[in-house]
Each structure stands twice: as C-alpha cells, then as structure tokens.
Design a protein around this ligand. Structure first.
Ligand code: FBP
Length: 545
C-alpha cells in the first residue's frame, strides 16, 4: 500500500491513555442502574443484563483476566478513529496475554452471520494505526436482531475460540449489541458482548457518554471546508452558499460547525420542531436575512442546513411516521417503486396526503421509498439545500414585487458528509478511540457483557480521563420503529436549553446581520496544544462546570 507523508509520519504516533489504563486495573462498581425510560418493560426484555452497575477502572495491582480470543465488528457509517479503537483493543488484549487473538468480521455485522473474517495480526494493525476509514475490515448496516443470526454467529465464534465480541457502532448497532449480549447471556453461551460509541452524528451521548467518536474530526473537517467557503464568499461577495451537513437526525454537526465558523444562518432541526415551524416559515426566515443583508449591500452569505431538517418539520414528521407504518406492511415487500408509492398514498390520511402532494416530486419519492435496514429515511439523499434555495429565490421574487427586497441572489450548493467520515483522526479522536478500544479489553478481562466502553472527563488532558463501562440497558427506552414498539438506545438530540445551543442563539442575530466568519483551517496534528488538542466547542460548552 502506497502511503502519503502524513500517513507515514502519523503511523508512529502513540495515542495517549487515561492513567488508570496504563497498568493493571481494579474495578469500582456503582449502584444498580435503571433504564432512562420504560423501566418495567426494559427489565422484562433484558432480564440478564438489566440493572448492572456502572463500573470505573482505577489503577490496580494485579492484571485480571484469562486468555481470550476476541472478535470485532465495525457497524454503520464510517467515523474517524475506528482503526484506533481496533488498535487499542488489539494492544489491550495482547497486554493481557500475548497469545490472545483478535478477529475482525468483514463488512459489518453481516460478516459475523456469514462467517467472513480475518485475523488481525501485528503487521495488519500497524498498517492502520492513526488512520481514518474503516477499511481494515469494512463496515455494513446489517441489523443483528434475529435468533438465526445470533446462532449462526455463535458457530463461528465457537470455531475461532472467541469469548468476547466488540461491536463498534451508533445507537442502533449498540442496541443490537445489547440484544445479542442478552441472548448469549440467557443461553449461557459464555460469550461477552461489549459496545463502543461511534458516530460522526454526535447523537450517541447521554449522562454517561460525553461524545461519540468521530464527531470531533468530522466537524473539524467540515468546519475547515466551511471556513474556506466563507473566506471565498467574503472575497467575491456574490454568492449565497447553501451547505447541507450530515447528521441523520440530530443537528449536533451543524451546530458545532456554526460555533466554529459563525455563518450567517444555521438551521437547527430541533428548534424547528419545538417552534412548530412550517417549510414556508423557514424559507421566510432565510429570505428575510438575505433581504436585510442585501439592503446593506451584502449579496452574499452562508447557510448551514442539518441533513435531518426535513424530518423535523412537524407536518413532514407526521407524514414520515405514517409512511413508516405503511411501508412496514408485509404487502409492500414484493412491490416495485411506483406501486409502493401508489400503495403508500392510498393509505395516507387526508392531512398527510396533502403534505405529500405539496412536496417536490423528488423529495416526496425519497420519503416514500428507500429506508436503511434500521428503517431510517435516507435523508442524505434528499437535496434539502437545493429545495430551500429554490424556495427562497421564489420568496425573494415575491418580496421584490412588493418592494421589500432589492438585490441579487446567486446560489451555490454543497453537501458535506462523506468528506469527513474517513478523515485522519484528530489528536482527540486518535487518543479517545484508542482509549475506548483499550478500555473494552479491560471490560472483557473483568467478565462484563452488555456494557458500553466509556471514557469520561474528556475535556481534561488524556491522562485524567476516566475509564469504565456503562450497562447498555441503562440508555434504553421504548420507541416506535418500522411500525413496532422496540427497546432502543435513546438518541440524543440538540437540547435547546443546553449550553451549545444557547451560545449559538445568543450570537446568531449578529452573525446574520454582520459578517463574523471564523476560519478554523485544517486539523493540525503537531504544533501548539491550543491548535492541536482542543475538543469540540460543543463538548467544552457542555462540560463547562
Ligand atoms: P451512523 O449513525 O451509522 O454512524 O451513520 C451516520 C451517517 O453518516 C449519517 O450522518 C448519514 O445520514 C448516514 O450515515 C449515511 O449513511 P450511508 O452512507 O450508509 O447512506
């Protein structure tokens, strides 16, 4: 494999670990835990893995744990740092016992079910240390939820002598990890299952998880690009840039990028929902900012749009909820695309049908068709940035006729998502991910299953990070998915009374009226700590005591 100079230099970076993980660990267990919601139901569904205590590792005197082979799976969308989770896990299990082997299942959970795997050798892992991407073993979105899949997985785990499986994934994949842990525990198969919090979306966080890995690098990468666009925008002064940012549901990515780059407008889906805004109201808000800037001779600006926006507009949210139920009906399974759309339309309420018919054909089709295996609308395929800019242009035309606007409105469109998902991990993500993986090996060594690997106190230097584990059931509640009520990890949306949003809300009027762009530049790996080692603004604001 040919390598760039950065890859070569970066390969020798030794990620930092929390002090507690530098040598043998002792385990401190907290009180029994409860799920965040629907306690009785979750307890009944997870009788073997419910109520376990939160654990924290502290420096110990004796290394615990017998020899064990471990399997690892990368699940869902790529996020910077996945390779470091695997290298941390590899180093962790080798430190426990050099005979321990690590096997990677290929292309996501499907690799476990279909028995496709590779042994992760020292030579292989050394090729991937501190690199972006998930290409060491690939990733996939196969949902692990059927007994047949669990049993098929068991066969290969047994064949390879694997006693513990680490699933690196987002909320859906960790939900599945928990279901698998419960199943193997109930059957007394002696296979532990540990999760690791991954997703650039930043929505797998809660009182125990401060941030999901990859969010730091992805948002820094997008912010670099947005800053570059802002500087171009401020130089040419002739374009409005509509920039859609990944983040399937929550707007954490858009908000973090706004905090870093101070654009003229940033929409926050959670606020749109809370205010009950219609598409027309959102368009009017943007048009008013454009008109106000034009009145001061500024026919340029930047607008950040979270990918999931469309799902949060209350009327569209209701429509999607009903579409999800209709699309889950067995008769749709064999239907072609047009037939499915006709079938869906014929089952919609009058109100939802009116909303469906009011949407541009392409958007409506997207809402009525493709779902990912977890039942999510594939919002990354919907061109919200173009939808909004077209509607704003129409509104400005109308305002022009009414004498409320005079100016030029030329637009350019961008969608940033894939540009950041496999970026070389920042120092934060390199250290955080390595620690998560290493920590997972310690959870395995002390016999835990149904736990998520958790590293806290992440705004402090790495040595002071707190390592431990949280029972996955603790993060669960019941939600309606694909027409059924299911136990799932509660997704963390942007909190409108949280410090990051409040900071944004306090500044956005000025950012809209003036030009306050900030240009963060590229991620730096070597240099002054205030440039290289800063966590996200979201994390800093949230953790500010
Ligand atoms: P995960 O939640 O699996 O980490 O994926 C996040 C994400 O990058 C979303 O931001 C985006 O909507 C989605 O994946 C796109 O996935 P795909 O490339 O598989 O369509």
């Amino acid at each position: 494999m040919e390598k760039s100079s950065l890859q070569i230099a970066r390969a020798s970076y030794q990620p930092k670990l929390p002090k507690a993980l530098l040598g043998p660990v002792a385990v401190q267990e907290g009180a029994p835990t409860q799920s965040v919601g629907d306690q009785a139901e979750i307890k009944a569904l997870f009788p073997n893995t419910y109520g376990m205590p939160v654990v924290e590792f502290v420096p110990g005197t004796r290394q615990t744990g017998a020899a064990v082979n471990v399997g690892v799976i990368l699940s869902g969308g790529q996020a910077p740092g996945g390779h470091n989770v695997i290298s941390g896990l590899f180093d962790g299990i080798k430190a426990l016992n050099p005979q321990n082997k690590l096997y990677g299942f290929l292309m996501g959970p499907g690799g476990l079910v279909d028995h496709k795997y590779v042994e992760i050798t020292p030579e292989l892992i050394d090729e991937y240390r501190n690199t972006g991407g998930f290409d060491i073993i690939g990733s996939g979105r196969t949902k692990l939820e059927e007994v047949d899949q669990f049993e098929s997985g068991l066969q290969i785990l047994r064949q390879l002598g694997i006693g513990a499986l680490v699933i690196i994934g987002g909320d859906d994949s960790n939900t599945n990890a928990c279901v698998l842990a419960e199943y193997y525990a109930a059957k007394k198969y002696g296979i532990q299952v540990i999760g690791c919090p991954k997703t650039i979306d930043g929505d797998l966080k809660n009182a125990q998880i401060e941030t999901s890995f990859g969010f730091d690098t992805a948002t820094k990468t997008y912010s670099e690009l947005i800053g570059n666009i802002e500087r171009d925008c401020n130089s040419a002064r002739k374009y409005w840039h509509f920039i859609k940012l990944m983040g399937r549901s929550a707007s954490h990515i858009a908000l973090e990028c706004a905090l870093q780059t101070q654009p003229n407008i940033c929409l926050v889906s959670e606020e749109v929902e809370a205010l009950g805004q219609s598409l027309d109201e959102i368009v009017s808000y943007i048009a008013d900012v454009v008109a106000a800037r034009a009145a001061k001779g500024m026919n340029f600006g930047t607008v950040l749009i979270p990918e999931g926006l469309i799902e949060f507009i209350p009327s569209i949210k209701k429509l999607i909820a009903q579409l999800n139920d209709v699309l889950a009906l067995p008769e749709t399974k064999e239907m072609g695309r047009s037939e499915t759309i006709d079938f869906a339309k014929s089952h919609l309420s009058a109100e939802n049908l009116a909303v469906f018919n009011s949407l541009p054909v392409g958007v409506a089709r997207q809402l009525a068709l493709d779902r990912d295996p977890h039942g999510n609308v594939q919002v990354s395929l919907i061109e919200t940035e173009k939808l909004l800019s077209t509607m704003v242009a129409q509104k400005l035309e109308k305002m022009k006729k009414e004498g409320l606007y005079s100016g030029k409105f030329s637009t350019l469109h961008h969608f940033f998502g894939y540009e950041g998902r496999c970026a070389a991990p920042s120092n934060f993500d390199a250290d955080y991910c390595y620690s998560l993986g290493y920590n997972a090996s310690r959870l395995i060594a002390c016999g835990k299953t149904g736990y998520m690997s958790v590293i806290r106190n992440t705004t402090a230097p790495a040595a002071e990070w707190i390592a431990g584990g949280v029972p996955i059931t603790m993060m669960m509640n019941l939600e309606r998915r694909s027409g059924k009520v299911k136990p799932v990890i509660r997704k963390a949306l942007v909190e409108l009374d949280g410090a990051p949003f409040k900071y944004f809300a306090a500044h956005r009027e000025r950012w809209a009226a003036e030009t306050c762009f900030v240009y963060p530049g590229a991620i730096q790996y070597w240099g002054p700590s205030e440039v290289c080692d800063q966590p996200t603004k979201t994390l800093k604001l949230e953790q500010q005591k």
